[in-house]
Design a protein. Sequence first.
Length: 153
Amino acid sequence: MVRFITKDGLRKLNEELENRKTKLRQEIAQAIKEAKEQGDLSENAEYAEAKSQQNENESRIGELEMIVKNSQVVEKDESLKGAQIGSIVKVKADNGAELIFTIVGSNEADPANFKISNESPLGKAFMGHSGGDKVNVLTPKGITIAYKIIEVK
């Protein structure tokens, strides 16, 4: 399944992948070596912890490689009007709150930092809309929230 991603998102994934394959692998290997030198491995908590870290790191490497392999970089098309992946959308909610969201691919979503996926309820609602448009978003809790799009960059 192809996942859409921004250039910046792909760069960050590749940086994490490279760090895990080189630096983190070496650090974990060193920790395993030092733990082995302590003797009996059956009662060695440091060895068990290092092996657990190694397993987690290798799992994440596999996951990152799969994401990178199946991702398609999407560049913002300036000729298109309305919000799209890569757009920054400033909105005003029906409660008066002004919010600024960045629409990103699902692998980059970070709602705590207002990076919303194009596949999320908010992202889907904003896609294709421009400043001045009003959209209604049905939240997962079943509540409809109205937003007025102030600006799309």
